[in-house]
Design a protein around this ligand. Structure first.
Ligand code: P6P
Length: 338
C-alpha cells in the first residue's frame, strides 16, 4: 500500500462519514472543517508560546474568576472567528465570555457551539499539556425569534458533535458524532490532521485514578471512601495508579486510551464541584460514552442533566465504565446515619 492510500486526512474522514447520511447538507462537515482550522492556528501559537509575547496573564478575569491568560483570549477569539461568519452557527458560548455571543442575524445557521477555548491554561507557562473542548447542538430557536441562551441550555444527550483538541507531545483532535470516537494527529510538516486512532474504545476497568487529593479534608466520607478504594484496592477493586496532571483534557485523554477514572467531586468549598457542565463535562461525557465508558455527577448521568445557566458547574466522575459505576454506587447511596 503506497503512502498516499494509507493516509486518511480528517477532511476525507468527515466526507466519508457524511456520505453515510444522505440527508446531510454538508453544513456540519463544514463546521468541523472550521474547527480544524481553528485547532491548527491555536496549536501553532501554543507551540511557539515561549517564543512570542503571548505567555502570562492578560490582567483580566473570566466569569469563573480565573485569571485569563493571553493564550486563553487568543484561542477564544480564534474559535469564534472561525465560525461566527460561516452561516453555520447561530450562537456561541465560551468559558471566556460572560454571556453567549449571538452571530449576526443574517448569518445565523442551524448549529450552536459551546466551547472551552483553552482548558488548563494555568499550565501554559510551565509547558504542561492543555486543551480545547467543544460541543455542538442544533439550534432550537426559530429564524424569526433569533438565537438566544435557550439554544445553549440543552441537555448533553442532544449533542450532535463533541470533542477536544489536546496540545500535548503532539496535537490531537478527538471527536464523536455519535458513531464512535475517532482520533486524529496533526502532522505539522503538512498541516493536516491524520487518522491515527480510529474507533477508540476505553477499557471497562481502568489502570489509573485521577483526582486532586489535596481536597481530601473537604470531601464527604463517601468521596473519601471511593478514592481510598481506588488507591488501596479492596475485595472487588484492584488498586490503581494515581495520575493527575491538573489539565482536564490531558487527564481525560490518558484515561480514555489507557483506561482510568477522573473525579472532580463536590466538596465543602465547591458544593457543585469546579468543572462546567455545558462545555467541559457534557462534551467529554458524550465522547466517553461513545467509547464505551460512563460519566455521572456522582448520581445522575451527565448527559441527562438539563442545564439552567450557561456557566453551571457540575461534579464529574468520568472514565472506565466499571469504575464509574462503582464510584457512583457509593456516592449516590444515602448517607449512613452516624
Ligand atoms: P485543581 C484547570 O484549571 C481545570 O479547569 C481543569 O483543566 C483541571 O482538571 C482542573 O481545573 C484542576 O483543578 O483544583 O485540581 O487545580
Amino acid at each position: 500500500m503506497d503512502s498516499l492510500t494509507s493516509v486518511v486526512t480528517i477532511e476525507r474522514f468527515i466526507m466519508e462519514q457524511e456520505r453515510l447520511h444522505p440527508e446531510a447538507t454538508g453544513e456540519l462537515s463544514n463546521l468541523l472543517y472550521d474547527l480544524c482550522l481553528a485547532a491548527k492556528i491555536i496549536s501553532r501559537q501554543v507551540r511557539r508560546a515561549g517564543l512570542t509575547d503571548i505567555l502570562g496573564g492578560s490582567g483580566t478575569l473570566n466569569v469563573s474568576g480565573d485569571l485569563q491568560q493571553k493564550l486563553d483570549m487568543f484561542a477564544n477569539e480564534t474559535v469564534r472567528n472561525a465560525v461566527q461568519h460561516s452561516g453555520r452557527v447561530c450562537i456561541t458560548a465560551s468559558e471566556e465570555d460572560e454571556t453567549p455571543r449571538v452571530c449576526p442575524r443574517e448569518e445565523q445557521g442551524k448549529y450552536v457551539l459551546l466551547y472551552d477555548p483553552l482548558d488548563g491554561s494555568m499550565n501554559i507557562d510551565v509547558n504542561v499539556s492543555i486543551g480545547t473542548i467543544f460541543s455542538i447542538h442544533r439550534r432550537v430557536s426559530g429564524q424569526q425569534e433569533g438565537a438566544s441562551d435557550r439554544d445553549c441550555l440543552q441537555p448533553g444527550y442532544r449533542q450532535v458533535v463533541a470533542g477536544y483538541i489536546l496540545y500535548g507531545s503532539s496535537t490531537m483532535l478527538v471527536y464523536t458524532t455519535g458513531a464512535g470516537v475517532h482520533g486524529f494527529t496533526l502532522d505539522p510538516t503538512i498541516g493536516e490532521f491524520l487518522l491515527s486512532h480510529p474507533r477508540i474504545r476505553t477499557p471497562d476497568v481502568g489502570r489509573y485514578y485521577s483526582v486532586n487529593e489535596s481536597n481530601w479534608n473537604r470531601w464527604s466520607p463517601a468521596v473519601q471512601r471511593v478514592v481510598a478504594t481506588f488507591k488501596n484496592g479492596d475485595g472487588a477493586v484492584v488498586a490503581k495508579n494515581a495520575r493527575y496532571i491538573g489539565s482536564l483534557v490531558a487527564d481525560f485523554h490518558r484515561n480514555l486510551i489507557s483506561g482510568g477514572i477522573f473525579l472532580y467531586p463536590a466538596d465543602s468549598r465547591s458544593p457543585e464541584g469546579k468543572l462546567r457542565l455545558l462545555y467541559e463535562a457534557a462534551p467529554l461525557a458524550f465522547v466517553v460514552e461513545q467509547a464505551g465508558g460512563a460519566a455521572t455527577d456522582g448520581r445522575r448521568r451527565i448527559l441527562d442533566i438539563s442545564p439552567t445557566t450557561i456557566h453551571q458547574k457540575s461534579p464529574l466522575v468520568i472514565g472506565s465504565r466499571a469504575d464509574v459505576e462503582f464510584a457512583t454506587g457509593i456516592l449516590a447511596a444515602p448517607p449512613v446515619p452516624v
